[in-house]
Design a protein around this ligand. Sequence first.
Ligand code: SF4
Ligand code: SF4
Length: 213
Amino acid sequence: MGGYAALFTSKDFDFEGRKFSPTPLIISPLLLRTCSCPLFCGACCKPVTLDYLPTETYPQEAQPRGIVVNEIKKIVYSVIQNEKQLFCKNLSTTGQCNIYSTRPLLCRLAPLVGRITKTDIKTVSVTKAGRLRLAITGERKLPCIISEISEANVMHINALLSHLQQWMCYFEIDSKIPRIQELLTYLYDDKKLYKLYIDNEMNYTRTFYGTRK
Ligand code: SF4
Ligand code: SF4
């Protein structure tokens, strides 16, 4: 979660001894196209540490773990996995998540990956997942089902950002997330799509990105 906190912070902070500072952000309109997975993929489900807030529903096997933020220890509940495994222990043989309804926030944040960034990119990078999929199935093409932009997706991304904001509040890290939520509907306008640039003072500019289908 440290990476997300570093991306969205609006003030300097220290996370487990590493110092982070706010940087301007670029938000792609791809953010509003969510992704779903067909059976027999799971290429994104690597053996990551599964972290939960104490107020979230966590697996019985999760253990309390201290994370020090700005010299204050905060407890999360974690399932630590063997990084030598190819997949997450919760991935079924059909490529589905066995704890889908209680999967951690980290697993829910996939729609944000590559869509809110510090550097300007045109498309979402799926290089790592692509390599893994190639290793698993021998297929080069990723099977992700990408939705079109819709009001429902705006609500979904908004809810996801609110969940991430709960984590920022728990760690007492000042955040740009409420400002990003305010600006989500500026990513599109009738048939036109825009890319947003948000500076450290939370001012935004937008540039034309493309036409919506
Ligand atoms: S918990 Fe579920 S969604 Fe998360 S990595 Fe494991 S299998 Fe994938
Ligand atoms: S590569 Fe695409 S389809 Fe496969 S698990 Fe990741 S998001 Fe889902």
